[in-house]
Write a protein that binds this ligand. Structure first.
Ligand SMILES: O=C(CO)[C@H](O)[C@H](O)COP(=O)(O)O
Length: 238
């Protein structure tokens, strides 16, 4: 690693590429969303172009991953055309010691959950900063909400002890709109004592489409770290 390189970018690239190496010819692959899995999609395209990887098909988890797959030449399929996903590779915003996750920093957690939960093997790729002792310590829980239900959903979340905030666009006036045409509320909880229970309670609120707590679904986490100035990949499995 040279001194000019951004260490977080280097770690993301390292794990993104390492995950792509685990894909074998003939596999159906869930293509995650975000800056880390962008490297995975790029590497899959490179392996296809070199002839090393044959007959793979990707299932995108967002408009972003679909565009990247097309750009890098990764053939795509849909859930209507397949009956299994061999491996899904996706990023995360937080990973706890039980390999439970918070996802949805890119507002794609609904489609990500559909694809990642269907996969025979779910691999998570993160840089070291995403590892936490407890979910919710650095990142809020994203919740996709049908627009007409925004106010009652926010009130119901407050009753569960959360502090909800509507996610606003950065380079867009107004709220972030998901690939499904919905809005996202980011919720700060002081203590997520039981992520599994919280995941269910949030999804029980009428108007909530999906929340970003991913519980008991991860098979393997690849963590990018810098050791003695060099990028390394640490593997954590259940
Ligand atoms: O959940 C996600 C998108 O909804 C991303 O996977 C998560 O935000 C991590 O992104 P990045 O790899 O850019 O850090």
């Amino acid at each position: 690693m040279t001194t000019e390189q951004d260490p977080v970018k280097v770690m993301k690239q390292q794990v993104g590429f390492a995950a792509a190496d685990r894909v074998k010819s003939g596999m159906i692959v869930g293509l995650g969303t975000g800056s880390t899995t962008a490297y995975t999609i790029q590497a899959l395209g490179d392996r296809i172009k070199s002839g090393e990887l044959k007959d793979i098909k990707g299932v995108p988890t967002s408009f972003q991953s679909e565009v990247l797959a097309k750009q890098y030449g990764v053939p795509l399929t849909t859930l209507d055309e397949i009956d299994k996903i061999d491996v899904a590779i996706d990023g995360a915003d937080e990973v706890d010691p039980h390999l439970n996750l918070i996802k949805g920093g890119g507002a794609a957690h609904t489609r990500e959950k559909v694809v990642d939960y269907l996969a025979t093997q779910f691999i998570v790729v993160v840089d070291g900063s995403k590892m936490v002792d407890k979910l919710g310590s650095t990142f809020r829980v994203p919740i996709e909400v049908i627009p007409m239900a925004l106010t009652p959903v926010m009130r119901a979340i407050e009753k569960l002890g959360g502090k909800p905030e509507l996610r606003m666009g950065v380079k867009k006036a107004g709220p972030v709109i998901t690939d499904q045409g919905n809005m996202v509320i980011d919720v700060k909880f002081d203590d997520i004592a039981n992520p599994g229970e919280m995941e269910k309670s949030l999804n029980n609120i009428p108007g909530v489409l999906e929340n970003g707590l991913f519980v008991d679904c991860t098979d393997l986490v690849l963590v990018g770290e810098i050791k003695d100035g060099k990028p390394v990949v640490r593997e954590i499995s259940k």
